[in-house]
Write a protein that binds this ligand. Structure first.
Ligand code: ADP
Ligand code: ZN
Length: 519
């Protein structure tokens, strides 16, 4: 048996590695830098703990979360692994004793908060020790693009460079966007790092996007049919949380809520009631869920579309921690995009950052409107390879037939071309619908031959169709506060009848839920 697996067995009591773990461990043991992107709960800790036990010398783990640090060290000590931590919760005396142990080689793994690197005495002490690895948890904190930028993380590269013999550097994060990854590599000056992106797939989550339903009715139905189950309902604003909470509370008493507008005390109480199953449903903003590890959450409903795929995936990841099948349902209406735009526009973020948020907002809007496998779309977004279709998401299961929408697509695309300059989706829809809207008349768009050529459709259907064309790259979307749509090479091919447009047509009569199969 190889050494890594025997350590896994002996210390941690597991039989086999999860995907990616062994490769990461081997790479670190070969003294090659690593950047590992794994979702929360994916099992990253042992990816640095096992090499720490195998390498000579000590491993320093830089972690921003004081509470997690203590938990980890306690667990390691129970497993008879010599670990310790230093952070601001300890007294100078305690720190002195810990550092004495470190000096005397009694410690194998030392956890520190990044702020510790501001202490010259700490840095000088480390310099003369045999540090074989520096593991950096939550490595996205070095990036301005991450959601948690921490200034103190910027001290890490200097720290790495003080050692006469450079330790191997292993970075871990659950944030997988390309710009964050690139930033981690460049700011931390990683040397030819091997990048691992793994473990994002959660087979037991059944992902559904539901469009065009009356949300209130849907959610009452759904919760009614699953009244014994535990679930989370996410909304994008506090106001929306209150309104959904009241709706549900009127019928089911075991509902609670969570958002930033409640007192600390009430938030804490509600959260605990949910965790200990006194309330089985919690209606919440995205403030809820950090660090919560409730195993039996059977469903997560997004009452509103979240701002981006990262948030979405993190939120649905709270379902099915016990490995049992669970449903993730996103209830979409076009108003959700408006809410998110409003939140972005009114945030205090820089213009650059807002532009970035708009781009991500479009990506999740594409996710809603794509016809392809939803799991595939997400894993592709995180750059994890996944072959084929999952067979369980709402796009690859269920009742649908492929329909030839080429003629409809040609109508939309020729309208976009005839409008001469780029306009937003609403304006295009207004022209296709033959609206007498002032703006349409003002720009004389009512004189186009495509004016009113799709008036038999509802506005909603047209909007959704244009979005699906965008999601499948038949049109380009230029994001921003006032996004516009333009044609591209693919639109030209469709207009010249060189390419057919086939979309799934979900039969309305199809059952919306298939619980029995699940629970
Ligand atoms: P995170 O990536 O969030 O740091 P952890 O390292 O805390 O995740 O791991 C999440 C859970 O998965 C822990 O309970 C851990 O013990 C467990 N785990 C990690 N690796 C394995 C494995 N190879 N087999 C079984 N369970 C594992
Ligand atoms: Zn699928």
């Amino acid at each position: 048996m190889n050494k890594a697996i025997s350590i896994l067995n002996k210390y941690f009591g597991y039989d086999s590695f999860r995907r990616g773990q062994e490769e990461i461990i081997n790479t670190v043991n070969d003294k090659k830098d690593v950047l590992a992107v794994m979702p929360t709960g994916g099992g990253k800790s042992i990816c640095y703990q096992i090499p720490a036990l195998m390498l000579e010398g000590i491993t320093i783990v830089i972690s921003p979360l004081i509470s997690l640090m203590k938990d980890q060290v306690d667990t390691l000590n129970e497993l008879e692994i010599k670990a310790a931590y230093i952070n601001s919760s300890l007294s100078d005396n305690e720190i002195f004793y810990i550092l004495t142990d470190v000096k005397n080689k009694k410690t194998k793994i030392l956890y520190i908060a990044p702020e510790r690197l501001n202490s010259m005495s700490f840095v000088n002490l480390m310099k003369n020790l045999d540090v074989s690895m520096i593991a950096i948890d939550e490595a996205h904190c070095v990036s301005q693009w991450g959601h948690d930028f921490r200034k103190s993380y910027r001290n890490i590269p200097d720290f790495i460079n003080i050692f006469p013999k450079r330790p191997v550097v292993a970075c871990f994060t659950a944030t997988a966007t390309k710009e964050v990854r690139d930033d981690i590599v460049s700011v931390l000056e990683l040397r030819n790092p091997k990048v691992f992106i793994t473990g994002f797939n959660r087979e037991n989550l059944k992902i559904k996007v539901i469009k065009g339903e009356v949300k209130k009715k849907y959610i009452l139905d759904y919760v009614g049919k699953n009244s014994g189950q535990s679930g989370i309902v996410y909304c994008s604003t506090r106001k929306e949380v209150d309104s959904v909470y009241e709706l549900l509370f009127g019928k089911f008493r075991t509902v609670t809520r969570y958002h930033g507008g409640l007192s600390d005390e009430e938030r804490k109480r509600n959260q605990e009631n949910f965790i200990y199953d006194k309330s089985n449903i919690i209606v919440a903003t995205n403030a809820f869920g950090m660090g919560i590890d409730k195993p039996n959450v059977r469903y997560v409903i997004h009452y509103n579309m979240p701002r981006n795929i990262e948030n979405y995936y993190q939120e649905i990841g709270r379902a099915g921690r016990d490995g049992l099948n669970s449903e993730c349902i996103m209830l979409y209406s076009p108003r959700d995009v408006q809410i998110q735009k409003f939140l972005i526009e009114n945030s205090t973020e820089s213009e650059e950052r807002k532009a970035h948020e708009y781009k991500k907002l479009r990506t999740i809007t594409d996710f809603i409107h794509t016809d392809n496998c939803l799991r595939n779309y997400i894993l592709d977004y995180f750059e994890e390879k996944y072959e084929g279709e999952c067979g369980t998401c709402s796009n690859c299961s269920g009742n649908y037939e492929m329909t030839d929408r080429t003629i409809d697509a040609q109508k939309v695309l020729s309208c976009v071309y005839r409008m001469k300059r780029p306009y937003g989706i609403n304006m295009i829809v207004d022209v296709l619908k033959g609206s007498k809207n002032q703006k349409v008349l003002g720009f004389k768009l009512n004189e186009l031959t495509t004016y009113g050529i799709m008036k038999e459709y509802t506005k909603e259907d047209l909007k959704s169709f244009v979005n699906t064309l965008i999601a499948h790259n038949y049109l380009d979307y230029i994001d921003g506060e006032f996004p516009v749509v333009t044609g591209n090479e693919k639109s030209v091919r469709v207009l010249k009848s060189q390419e057919k447009v086939l979309f799934k047509n979900v039969k309305k009569s199809a059952p919306v839920f298939e619980h029995n199969e699940l629970f």
